[in-house]
Structure formats: C-alpha cells, structure tokens
Write a protein that binds this ligand. Structure first.
Ligand code: AGP
Length: 371
C-alpha cells in the first residue's frame, strides 16, 4: 500500500497532487490546436440540436460540479439549466422529455440515486450524457453518450481529482453547446481554450507553494482544527465552490461546516457567527467581487475570524481578512478550479491534525449503491 501511495502519507494527498496531471488527461484530445473536439458527441448531434433545456442529475461533490456548470452553460449557450440532486430528482415526477438533455455526473458511475433518476429520464424520452470516471460502469449503459473524466483511479473516499475533472468536462460540454448554438465566437473560444490549457500549470503553482517553506495552508488548518464549526461563502461560481469547500471539510475532519451564497447570509445564517466560528470567503476576481467583499465586511463586524481565497495581486483584500490564500488569475468561470485546491488542502491538514482517517472517513463509501 505504501508503494501505491507513491511516497505520500495518504491517498487523498496523493490525489490532490495528481490534479494537474488528471486535468491534462481530461483535456487531452478534446482540445487540439486551440479548438474543441468532443468526438464522443458526434453520434448524438441530432439529439442535441433539438434541446431546449438541460437538467444535471448528480449527488454530493458531483452535484456541486453540476451547480457550477449551471452558471457557465447558461452563460455560454443561453440554454436554461437546472442542477438537481438525484435523490430529489427521482421523487419529483420530473418534467423531462426529448427536448431536455439530462446530464448524469457520477465519478463512480454506480450511485444508485443517480442511476434510478436517469432511468426515469430515459423512460420519458430524454437524451442522456454520462460524465464518469469508470469505464463501462452502470451509468454508461443508460446513456446515449459518455464523456470520461480520464482522471485515473481515485482511492480516497472523498472526491478531489474527480471533482476538478468533472467540472472541466462539464465546461467543455458547455463550450461545445455554446458553439453549437452560435453563441461563442472563434475569438472567444480561443480565449477560453487558452485559459483552460493554463489551468494544470496554475494548479501546479498552488501545490508547489503549498509544499514549500512559505506554505500558509497547513499551519492555518492546524490552528483552526479545534473549532467546532466553520462557514464558507461565495457568490456566482464562488457559491458552489463554497459548498464543495464545506463538504470536503466535514467529510474528512468531521468539523461542522456549511456553505452559503454570500448574499443569503444576512437572511438568517449570520446569527451563527461569533468569534469562535471562522469563515472562508471565496473572493477571487469576478463581476461580484465588490459584493463579496461587502459581505465579508459584515462578517468582520461580528468579530468572526475571516479567511479568504483571493486572486494573486489583490492586496486590497488583506484589510478585510485575517488570512489570505492566493490563487493565480484566470477567467472568472474557471476560478473554482483553482480556488478549490487550497480548500481541499485545508480540509486535509485539518483532518490530519485531528487524527482522522482521511482516506476512509467514518460512515462514507466511495460509491453509494443503496437508494
Ligand atoms: C465526495 O467527496 C463524496 N464522497 C460524495 O459526496 C460523492 O460525491 C457522492 O456520493 C456522489 O458520488 P458519485 O460521483 O460517484 O456519483
């Protein structure tokens, strides 16, 4: 087992560090010479031409990837998108038919709720695209087309590299649909593709810093590891990032954590804040940056400890936060793929400091095959 961990103390840490390579593999062959090629979708082009809405069905971390995709697909393709957790979708008598593209996101390809939901959608005539990491898994037999993550095996129970690659593959699909709808010019496409291709080296940069002497994440996580509750806030694509940051923390460190849309905080959850409840704000460069900063100021006013994920070069944010973890600049849509890396590392180090079993957390399984 030690050999399989490749020198890392845990599979989770190994898989966090494998993310640049996993992302390269997910993009490989799909972006060539600055252009997008999704040959997997060629056979269903006719089905895709008639779609009027999209429903993304998934659970847990895969659902968070779906929530991110909602923001970008709507923006790029101007097709309405709903992301819904599979355990709800299957019981809500879903209104889907041949005009609704259903996208199943499931790294294992075996999640029972997702399989049942997608079976229902198929029975109602909806075209289905599966996004999964496992070749020939059950979901692939229920789908008209499959986009594999190509992330390599993920042994740790918590999803890390399969999250980043699920988001990347959903984004490629979004770009494909945007192109098909005639909503993305070739110049815009070049800009997106260039930014996507830079992401693996940008993730490497974050990981290299985190393993160097200047690392802030492990000491911060250690300091925070004894708190009983934490909050994560973000707006726009920062919101699903906050949800995923909170999920990672609770899954492996057992610290209670919740993610919220930053603007929603004042409608109730702000009552939870006190000096013993630290908060992570996702404040990377975006069109809602100023709004996030103002939400962070509301939090500071309650004496909560504020940690922020921000874009390199943003010195102004320091006056609003006790700790700032920087990530490289990218296009707003792609910022979650960078912002999530310090949050994964934070969860990992907090869990190690608490002596938790990070590779196999209590009560969790890699694929949930019960309904
Ligand atoms: C992720 O860290 C979790 N273990 C869990 O939420 C998971 O994402 C969920 O069960 C869905 O799994 P799937 O992607 O294999 O369908």
């Amino acid at each position: 087992e030690a050999a399989e961990k490749g020198g890392y103390p845990h599979f989770v840490l190994k898989e966090i560090y494998e993310q640049p390579q996993a992302l390269r593999r997910a993009l490989a062959g799909r972006i060539r010479e600055g252009r997008l090629h999704l040959s997997e979708l060629e056979s269903i082009q006719g089905l895709l031409a008639g779609i009027q809405r999209i429903v993304i069905v998934a659970c847990g971390t895969s659902y968070h990837a779906g929530l991110l995709a909602k923001y970008v697909i709507e923006q790029w393709a101007r097709i309405p998108v709903e992301a819904i957790t599979a355990a709800e979708f299957r019981y809500c008598d879903p209104i889907v038919g041949p005009e609704t593209l259903c996208i199943a996101v499931t790294q294992s390809g075996e999640t029972a709720d997702t399989l049942v939901g997608i079976r229902q959608a198929r029975e109602r005539g909806a075209p289905v695209i599966a996004i999964t990491n496992v070749v020939a898994s059950a979901i692939t037999r229920l789908s008209d087309a499959v986009l594999y993550l190509q992330a390599g095996p993920e042994i740790g129970v918590v999803a890390t590299k399969t999250f980043v690659t699920s988001v990347a593959v959903l984004y490629l699909l979004g770009l494909y649909l945007g192109q098909q709808q005639g909503r993305i010019t070739s110049e815009q496409m070049r800009e997106f593709v260039t930014a996507l291709e830079r992401l693996p080296e940008q993730i490497e940069h974050i990981l290299t810093q985190a393993s160097g002497p200047e690392d802030q994440i492990a000491p911060l996580a250690k300091r925070m590891s004894q708190v009983s509750s934490m909050m994560f806030i973000g707006r726009g694509v920062g919101f699903p990032t906050a949800l995923e940051g909170a999920l990672k923390l609770k899954e492996i460190s057992y610290i209670h954590a919740e993610g919220f849309p930053a603007g929603e905080l004042k409608h109730g959850s702000i009552a939870l804040l006190d000096p013993d409840t630290p908060l992570f704000g996702i404040a990377t460069a975006s069109h809602v940056y100023e709004k996030v900063v103002s939400n962070i100021q509301e939090v500071r006013a309650r004496d909560a400890r504020v940690m922020v994920i921000a874009t390199e070069g943003d010195e102004k944010i320091r006056q609003h936060a006790h700790d700032v973890l920087y990530v490289p600049a990218t296009l707003e849509a792609f910022s979650p793929l960078l912002a999530i890396i310090p949050l994964q590392l934070f969860a990992y180090h907090a869990a190690v400091a608490r002596g938790c079993n990070v590779d196999q957390p209590r009560n969790l399984a890699k694929s949930v095959t019960v309904e």
